[in-house]
Design a protein around this ligand. Structure first.
Ligand SMILES: *Cc1c(COP(=O)(O)O)cnc(C)c1O
Length: 494
């Protein structure tokens, strides 16, 4: 299948090239020329396991990839999840389900894409004809970094470098990254918040001088962030998978529409849901849930995206984002795939921090999207109420989604089936969750995890227990302007 840039100034690429490059040469994001229709495959999927469902969905876009190889890569990637199920669907109530995407190696939904991306990228680069070593540059708000490090560590022909905001991640997230093992990895903290970090990394990608210097070292860069289509495409699969599970358990009838509630930051997860809808999945509403950094709630309410606002550090740090990169793909679709207009809006965002879409575009978006947000107090309340009501221990990101679901239900009296996409294990944020449930402060993450277990009897994952014994290996903090220097020096290391 062919892919085009949202900004229209680079030539079309096949999937292999799009994934290998990560971002189009004109700075735009790669989008498929069309969406394959899988509506006739839903019944078949009901009888498949997760890996086969994923291979079907992913293969429908990645038509140049070898089908057998892709299938076995999916089996290998998703075999790393607890009980071999990458996306179990848990029923909490009639018509209410939690899609748990956090049973992978690093306990967040990023594992779904990042356990598979190393294969997608290496195979894509081989098809595209890349001979150089690939250097993965990743900005992370906490979870992508660790998932990418685990996925790419000690892989041949690849190096990976992760940048995280020095003060913007949870203690557990920081420890997961700073203790990372592997010969081909580097982790650096960047002073400032996630947007500062992401901006510095994006700048490094766009820098022609750096690109030339890297080329001399025999290195090309690529991205493990959700701007890479290879990150998005595995995420489409779990929307189909959860629907297939509802069909096979008889919870819904064929064709019945469902709602998805998605805790949102960079807009990658929920965009995959939108793509699933375009591919024929019966989706009613996609509910976009934000924390106090509610730039998307405002956007879907008013049609104006305004990043010039106060940045809040919250207990759901993976959503502490003011520039949602993947929204570019959505506004491209709703503009009628007008690349000139999309480029103009992105330039306005860069230069003035704000842009607007038309009334008509906003109206069309609202047919599909509902957006809401909650503050810290409400998030704590949602964690404790959900536990009291259902005995379910939600992490703060998932709780933001639960909160938005109730607001949506209250407002629209819609009792269609709701699937809350759960993105992290509560044990990644044990102090916040323990505080929400008991009102007691415990700053030490491991002690908090232990107390949380005693309070809820929800088992502590092995990954957390083994983290306790590790010593940090990467402790350096740099400023955003030194990112490019750091990239070059890591690239030159043999
Ligand atoms: C990354 C992340 C999100 C936000 O996902 P986007 O694709 O950036 O919208 C939400 N929750 C958790 C736990 C995450 O790691």
């Amino acid at each position: 299948m062919q892919f085009i840039s949202t900004r229209g100034k680079s030539s079309a690429a096949n999937a292999a090239e799009a994934i290998s490059k990560g971002i189009a040469d004109d700075g735009g994001l790669f989008v498929p020329v069309s969406f394959p229709d899988l509506s006739e495959k839903l019944a078949d999927m009901a009888d498949m396991n997760y890996a086969d469902r994923a291979a079907l969905v992913i293969g429908s876009f990645l038509t140049e990839y070898d089908k057998r190889e892709l299938s076995s890569a999916c089996v290998k990637a998703y075999g790393q999840f607890e009980d071999g199920d990458a996306a179990p669907l848990v029923k909490t109530d009639d018509g209410m389900f939690i899609l748990e995407l956090f049973h992978g190696p690093t306990l967040a939904f990023k594992d779904i894409a990042l356990t598979l991306l190393p294969y997608l990228l290496r195979a894509g680069s081989d098809i595209y004809g890349v001979k150089e070593e690939i250097l993965i540059l990743t900005a992370t708000s906490g979870d992508t970094g660790k998932a990418a490090l685990e996925g790419f560590k000690d892989r041949e022909g690849v190096k990976i470098m992760v940048f995280y905001p020095s003060e913007g991640v949870s203690d557990m997230q920081k420890l997961q990254m700073s203790t990372q093992e592997g010969k081909n990895v580097r982790v650096l903290a960047v002073s400032g918040n996630f947007d500062d970090c992401q901006t510095a990394v994006k700048k490094a990608f766009a820098d022609a001088e750096l690109k030339a210097a890297l080329k001399k070292e025999g290195v090309v860069t690529s991205s493990a962030n959700s701007i890479n289509f290879g990150r998005l495409v595995p995420q489409i699969a779990y929307y189909f998978s959860s629907y297939a599970d509802l069909l096979s358990s008889g919870e819904i009838a064929a064709g019945e529409k469902v709602n998805f509630v998605v805790p949102t930051g960079n807009f990658g997860n929920i965009l995959a849901g939108y793509y699933a809808k375009r591919m024929g999945l019966p989706v009613n509403k996609l509910i976009c849930a934000s924390n106090s950094n509610n730039v998307l709630t405002e956007f879907f309410g008013t049609g104006t995206y305004n990043a010039r606002r106060k940045f809040y550090k919250t207990m759901s740090p993976s959503m502490d984002i003011l520039i949602s990169s993947n929204l570019e793909r959505l506004i491209f679709e709703f503009s009628g795939r007008d690349s000139e207009l999309t480029e103009k809006r992105m330039a306005e965002l860069r230069e003035k921090g704000v842009y607007s879409v038309s009334e008509q575009e906003l109206g069309a978006m609202k047919e599909i999207f509902y957006a809401d947000c909650c503050g810290e107090e409400e998030c704590l309340d949602s964690i404790s109420e959900f536990f009291e009501e259902y005995g379910y221990v939600a992490d703060p990101h998932t709780a933001v989604a639960v909160n938005a679901m109730y607001k949506y239900k209250e407002r629209y009296k819609d009792d269609r089936c709701c699937i809350v996409v759960s993105t992290a294990s509560p044990y990644k944020f044990p102090s916040s969750v323990y505080f929400a449930l008991t009102g007691k402060e415990e700053a030490d993450a491991f002690r908090a995890a232990d107390m949380l277990y005693k309070h809820t009897a929800y088992p502590v994952p092995q990954q957390i227990l083994s983290l306790k014994k590790k010593t940090p290996r990467f402790t350096e903090v740099i400023s955003g302007k030194d990112v490019e220097k750091a990239v070059l020096s890591f690239a030159a290391e043999k």
